[in-house]
Design a protein around this ligand. Structure first.
Ligand SMILES: [Zn+2]
Length: 162
C-alpha cells in the first residue's frame, strides 16, 4: 500500500531527536529493541510501559486489540475503523515509519511533548494476537470482522495506487 498519507508524521518522527534520533540501528528488532519498553498483553489490549528517551518521563500506552488487528494487516487503525463501532474505543492516530518498517502511535510525552511511542511491526502484531486468542480476550467472530474490515482497506489502498 501507499503510505504517502503519512509523510507528515514520518517527518515529525525523523526530525525528532528523541527515541528515533540517534540510535535507529538499535531499532531493527522493533519493540524488543527498546531496552526499557515492556509489553504486557491484557484483556483490553497490549499495555506498553516505557520511558521517554528525551526526558525519562514514564509513558504508558494501551494499544487496543482492534488497533493490533489493523497493524497486522498493515493499515492505519484510524482509517480502517473510520465510521464503525465496536472495534476500537479510543483510536489513536498511527503513522507508518518507512525507516523502522513499523507502525507508531502518535503519542507524545506528557512532560516534554516529544513523540514517545513504541513501533509495532505486522509480524509483532500477529504474535500479540496469538496471545489474545489463547486467552479468549476477543472472540474469533470479532477478530474475523475486524480483519475483513482491514483487508478491505488494503484492497482499496492498492486499487487507488494503481
Ligand atoms: Zn519526555
Amino acid at each position: 500500500m501507499s503510505n504517502d498519507n503519512y509523510d507528515g508524521f514520518a517527518d515529525i518522527i525523523n526530525g525528532n531527536s528523541g527515541i528515533f534520533g540517534t540510535d535507529v540501528s538499535s531499532m531493527e528488532n522493533g519493540l524488543t529493541a527498546f531496552d526499557s519498553a515492556k509489553t504486557i498483553p491484557k484483556p483490553q489490549g497490549v499495555f506498553v510501559e516505557m520511558h521517554c528517551r528525551q526526558c525519562g518521563n514514564p509513558v504508558r500506552i494501551t494499544v487496543e486489540w482492534g488497533e493490533i488487528v489493523a497493524i497486522r494487516y498493515n493499515v492505519a487503525p484510524q482509517l480502517a475503523y473510520r465510521g464503525t463501532r465496536g472495534f476500537v474505543n479510543d483510536v489513536t492516530d498511527w503513522g507508518f515509519s518507512a525507516e523502522q518498517q513499523a507502525w507508531i502511535p502518535k503519542n507524545t510525552c506528557q512532560r516534554c511533548t516529544s513523540i514517545c511511542a513504541p513501533g509495532f511491526k505486522p509480524e509483532e502484531a500477529e504474535q500479540h494476537l496469538a496471545v489474545g486468542r489463547r486467552n479468549r480476550w476477543f472472540s474469533p467472530q470479532w477478530e474475523q470482522q475486524a480483519a475483513t474490515r482491514c483487508s478491505q482497506m488494503v484492497q482499496q489502498a492498492q486499487s487507488v495506487s494503481r
